[in-house]
Design a protein around this ligand. Structure first.
Ligand SMILES: Nc1nc2c(ncn2[C@@H]2O[C@H](COP(=O)(O)OP(=O)(O)OP(=O)(O)O)[C@@H](O)[C@H]2O)c(=O)[nH]1
Ligand SMILES: [Mg+2]
Length: 201
């Protein structure tokens, strides 16, 4: 089914489970380190410059944000983890909100874990990945900011990440740039397939 990505609207913010949507539409989760490009990806996907706010200062998205896409699905912007310059208490609050969300048995159609193509996965990335693998949800890794590397370096890093995660096919990793739009159509197709699959279950 074609998803009307451009029709996405801000639907609400949640700091606890009582504020999550209740209409049961499938959810696409956007997770990753602070500053990795989660909000930028949502804006690019929906072709709206200011839908999800982009932080000048990292660590800005502190709540779980829901964007409703037509009557098809929600895009869910999770708080970024691992930003060292916010206090420990605030960091713990972020992860608590993320954890609360992930433990609530949400109708998750797909989890996207974003990784900066230039940076080796951190301990927290690996922890997140572990969680994804155990969750039983469909998930994909998106390598962000591909425009920051030359074409040949991007290809090399793409391959290195695939090897790092022991993937047989490097195309399982989506190469993406919010700046140039590279990977946007692929990402839309992956989301559409996941929503179809979810609705078929
Ligand atoms: N060159 C380039 N810059 C990007 C790209 N994606 C994001 N950025 C920049 O990276 C910074 C962080 O982007 P955000 O989209 O706010 O990142 P975020 O993951 O939502 O960050 P938090 O909300 O703090 O967790 C901003 O300055 C963006 O302009 C990209 O594909 N290419
Ligand atoms: Mg953000």
């Amino acid at each position: 089914m074609a998803i009307p990505f451009r029709q996405a609207t801000f639907s609400g913010v949640a700091v606890d489970a009582s504020q999550y949507p209740t209409d049961g539409l499938p959810e696409i989760i956007i997770a990753g380190r602070s500053n990795v490009g989660k909000s930028s990806l949502i804006n690019r996907l929906t072709d709206q410059r200011k839908l999800a706010r982009i932080s000048q200062a990292p660590g800005k998205t502190r709540q779980v944000l829901f964007f409703k896409v037509g009557e098809s699905c929600y895009l869910v912007d999770l708080p970024g983890y691992g930003y060292a310059r916010v206090s420990r208490t605030v960091q713990e609050l972020f992860s608590k909100r993320t954890e609360t969300y992930l433990q609530e048995n949400r109708p998750i159609a797909l989890l996207l874990l974003l990784l900066d193509i230039r940076i080796e996965p951190t301990a927290q990335d690996l922890q997140m990945l572990n969680w994804l693998e155990e969750s039983g949800c469909d998930w994909r890794i998106v390598l962000t900011k591909s425009d920051k590397l030359s074409r040949s370096a991007a290809i090399r890093h793409h391959r290195d990440f695939a090897r790092y995660f022991d993937l047989a096919d490097e195309n399982e990793l989506i190469l993406f740039s919010a700046q140039t739009g590279a990977g946007t159509e692929e990402l839309r197709s992956v989301i559409e397939a996941a929503v179809d699959h979810f609705n078929d279950l």
